[in-house]
Design a protein around this ligand. Structure first.
Ligand code: IMP
Length: 428
């Protein structure tokens, strides 16, 4: 039996989808433990592009079982669209996709609230994906969330929804000037009853299922969404998502003991990007940042929302910080091929903050505005490396870049990804 947590070490969009799909080959079960359809995990298979927002990225392997854990917030509309899209490619999920009974549901009022808060001039703009993630997690913590089990056991559903909808109507009217129409309330009740019926065949006790599979020596991947710097506890708060992408949450988000986690692997992009507001010390606001955005396949436009990603140099204090929090000793370096036409490449080795060197991203957010990145420059290799399949064949200058990242982050890079396809991968 072996288990692996896959976690992003930056602000998301590190390429977790490709790597989860790739590594799934050697695992039996792939479980998502947090986030929702704010994620957009891209998997490219024989030039077909799949973007998974809720389905675990191992789903394309027809013999693998996938679980959406209790720590996820689930928008049924998005889930069933994804399933339908897979069926168009002749990929069936029957008896191999399961969802925990305890998974919280995103309802229309969560999306309405998320959108309204983003647009409200008196609220702080976070730049969310407007998919209702924050409001759904807020209801979970306020103990008024609706879960998969509530949609299945319909006897009490109408009463539960009445209670919540009354509260929501009051809040939305008083604070954001939005009226929930009677039709919408009626539609929610009808539609979610229907979703309950559709979810029932997929619903299981995820924690018990994983325990049984672990006892049968099955291999499990726990797939994180977003990245460490978007973690609600450890990220650049308040410019974060509302869940814990960090590896520790694989246990809470799937209902398994920490004793079952064997290994954590960090997915790290060869440069840094972020979508939405918030601090980004190595951000490039000039033509180089624009070049990174354009050279990155998917063009560094967000897979879930289509928004342009902010781009900047590799930030070692960020990755070192993420590696510490997640227990990462081994990383996968993605998208290094994006630098193929760069003459010079910079790496932020440390920050200077008030005349002191900082090798980790500071835990005290008040220090972040003072962080001045200290860069080391390496020569670019100025050739296409996307067809290279062995480490030895990489240009020396690309190897030098990889070694510098290892040196500054004090961890090993065991896989280098040079393109979006499964085959564009170098195992070291
Ligand atoms: P939310 O998760 O939609 O509430 O958005 C909160 C912040 O996290 C925003 O800055 C989003 O752009 C960012 N975010 C959420 N999910 C992702 C993701 O999968 N990749 C990158 N950024 C994300």
């Amino acid at each position: 039996m072996s288990t692996l947590v896959i976690v992003g070490t930056q602000w998301g969009d590190e390429g977790k989808g490709k790597i989860t799909d790739l590594l799934s080959e050697n695992y039996d079960i792939i479980a998502r433990y947090q986030g929702g359809n704010n994620a957009g995990h891209t998997v490219v298979l024989n030039k077909n592009v799949f973007i998974f927002q809720l389905l675990p990225s191992g789903i394309l392997h027809k013999d693998k079982v996938c679980l959406i854990g209790n720590g996820v917030v689930l928008d049924p509309e998005v889930l069933f669209q994804e399933i339908e899209n897979l069926q168009k490619h002749n990929i069936d999920i029957k008896e191999r996709l399961f969802i925990d009974y305890k998974t919280h549901i995103i309802l229309p009022y969560h999306k309405i609230t998320d959108e309204a808060l983003e647009e409200d001039k008196d609220s702080r703009k976070i730049g969310t994906t407007k998919s209702g993630i924050g409001p759904a997690y807020a209801d979970k913590l306020s103990r008024i969330g609706i879960r998969v089990c509530d949609l299945i056991h319909t006897e009490n559903l109408s009463q539960k929804l009445d209670m919540v909808l009354n509260q929501k109507s009051d809040y939305l009217t008083k604070n954001l000037g939005i009226e929930l129409s009677k039709n919408l309330v009626r539609d929610i009740k009808e539609k979610y009853l229907q979703y309950g019926k559709m979810l029932e065949p997929l619903a299981i006790d995820g924690s018990l299922f994983l325990e049984e599979q672990i006892k049968k020596n099955k291999n499990i991947i726990f797939e994180g969404a977003q990245g460490t710097m978007l973690d609600v506890d450890h990220g650049t708060y308040p410019y974060v998502t509302s869940s814990n992408p960090v590896a520790g949450n694989a246990c809470t988000g799937c209902g398994i003991s920490p004793l079952y986690i064997d290994k954590v692997i960090g997915i790290t992009k060869a440069y840094a990007t972020r979508v939405g507001e918030g601090p980004f010390p190595t951000e490039l606001l000039d033509s180089l940042g624009q070049k990174m955005r354009e050279q990155g396949y998917e063009y560094e436009y967000d897979a879930a929302t289509g928004r342009p990603r902010r781009c900047g140099w590799f930030d070692a204090p960020v990755v070192k910080y993420a590696n510490r929090i997640n227990g990462i000793k081994e990383m996968v370096l993605t998208k290094i091929d994006v630098f193929s036409s760069f003459k010079k490449i910079k790496i932020c080795r440390e920050y200077r903050i008030k005349d002191q060197s900082h090798y980790y991203f500071p835990g005290d957010s008040e220090l972040i505005p003072f962080a001045e990145p200290v860069y080391e420059e390496v020569e670019g290799w100025e050739e296409d490396i996307s067809n290279i399949r062995s480490y030895q064949e990489l240009p020396d200058k690309a190897k030098e870049y990889i070694l510098k990242i290892e040196q500054f982050t004090e961890s090993k890079i065991s896989i280098v990804s040079v393109g979006p396809e499964r085959t564009q991968t170098i195992f070291r």
